[in-house]
Design a binder for this molecule. Structure first.
Ligand code: ADP
Ligand code: MG
Length: 140
């Protein structure tokens, strides 16, 4: 498996509780490299576009409101098999089902406020990275 990039968000519930450093330590502990990072406050329109795939789901309105309520940290992570490796350390969407040692087990508040986002496939990773970073902002 070649070196891959994935897109990550440290969500408002995490930035509010000053967990940026703690979560970054877990990410770096897996060997993934943070090759781009910035703090942004998404508008509702940006959050709505980011999660457009979930538009028909009952939680969409709540999700968009949460994601635009406070700043987030957006990141590009790089490493071997980065997409699957980040999903693994993130843990299950619902923290009640997340394994020990995962970010969501350690920090998520609920299935909605679950501290982190990670891309689920190479195609979505490329789209999500391009939504927040230009090429020269990513330094591998
Ligand atoms: P993941 O973030 O693990 O890829 P999904 O892509 O299925 O999960 O969902 C996107 C986000 O929507 C989740 O991270 C979570 O914040 C929110 N979400 C998912 N399912 C629910 C739910 N049943 N109730 C409330 N929010 C949810
Ligand atoms: Mg998802």
């Amino acid at each position: 498996m070649a070196v891959q990039r994935t897109f990550s968000i440290l969500k408002p519930d995490a930035t509010r509780r000053n967990l940026t450093g703690a979560i970054n330590a877990m990410i770096e502990g897996t060997g993934l490299r943070i090759v781009a990072q910035k703090r942004v406050h998404m508008t509702a329109a940006q959050a709505g576009q980011f999660y457009a795939v979930h538009k028909e789901r009952p939680f969409y309105g709540e999700l968009v409101a949460q994601m635009s309520a406070a700043p987030v940290v957006v990141q590009v992570l790089e490493g071997e098999n980065a997409i699957a490796r980040y999903r693994e350390v993130m843990g299950a969407t619902n923290p009640a089902n997340a394994a020990e040692g995962t970010i969501r087990k350690a920090y998520a508040l609920s299935v909605g406020e679950n501290s982190v986002h990670g891309s689920d496939a190479p195609e979505t990773a490329a789209i999500e990275i391009a939504q927040f970073f230009s090429g020269n902002e990513i330094v591998g």
